[in-house]
Design a protein around this ligand. Structure first.
Ligand SMILES: *[C@@H]1O[C@H](CO)[C@@H](O)[C@H](O)[C@H]1NC(C)=O
Ligand SMILES: [Cu+2]
Length: 201
């Protein structure tokens, strides 16, 4: 009987959670325009972006801890719930928010950064969730914790913040809390009750 109840609950819950979870951030300043989407996949979060407005080169790119974009300084430090040192995106030891650099390519004002990768550390739900925090683009290259500069192991010495945007919900527009998504429907209730009755001695 419990097996049937379990199956009915799982079937009901999963029927409502098959939509892909996605978030979006827009980067805006006087000169910079960009958008970055974050999509849950089996291997992590897929990060896809397009940013325009800086010369060709590498620029530090991080998730900062707060969604306060009163100005980009108000976004606080890199999101770092494990309180570890700064590193590259593919380092074992890194801030959750360490997304390394974005690379702009092209001539002069035509330069754009276009990227598409999966990061296995950031998440859209749970402890490493970046939702409601912010995405920050810096004026310089992030040294990925590899130089002797005093800021290398905290900020990558990436300098000032040239654009920032809040990471917000793109989809689904319903509740994101799976516990709150479980609704006892009439059909699952009938299934449960019929199994209770069938197993009664
Ligand atoms: C992001 O920017 C690109 C380039 O302008 C555009 O094609 C795309 O539709 C934008 N995506 C969103 C979600 O705004
Ligand atoms: Cu940063």
């Amino acid at each position: 009987m419990f097996w049937y109840i379990f199956v009915a609950i799982v079937a009901t819950a999963s029927a409502q959670t098959d939509e892909t979870y996605r978030a979006i951030a827009y980067l805006r300043s006087e000169t910079i325009t960009g958008n970055v989407t974050f999509t849950e996949t089996e291997d992590g979060v897929r990060v896809q972006g397009w940013i325009h407005g800086l010369d060709a080169g590498n620029y530090g790119f991080h998730v900062h801890e707060l969604g306060d974009i009163g100005d980009c300084l108000a976004t606080g430090a890199h999101y770092n719930p494990d309180d570890v040192t700064h590193g590259a995106r593919d380092n074992e030891v890194r801030h959750v928010g360490d997304l390394g650099n974005v690379r702009f390519e092209g001539e002069g004002v035509e330069a754009v950064a276009i990227f598409d990768y999966v990061d296995s550390v950031i998440a859209l739900r749970g402890r490493n969730s970046i939702l409601g925090r912010s995405l920050v683009l810096h004026e310089r290259e992030d040294d990925l914790g590899l130089t002797s500069h005093e800021d290398s192991l905290t900020t990558g010495n990436a300098g000032a913040r040239v654009a920032c945007g809040v990471i917000g919900i793109l989809a689904p527009n319903g509740p994101w809390n799976s516990a709150a998504r479980f609704v006892l429907t009439k059909s699952s209730l009938i299934l449960i009750l019929s199994n209770v009755l069938a197993n009664r001695n």
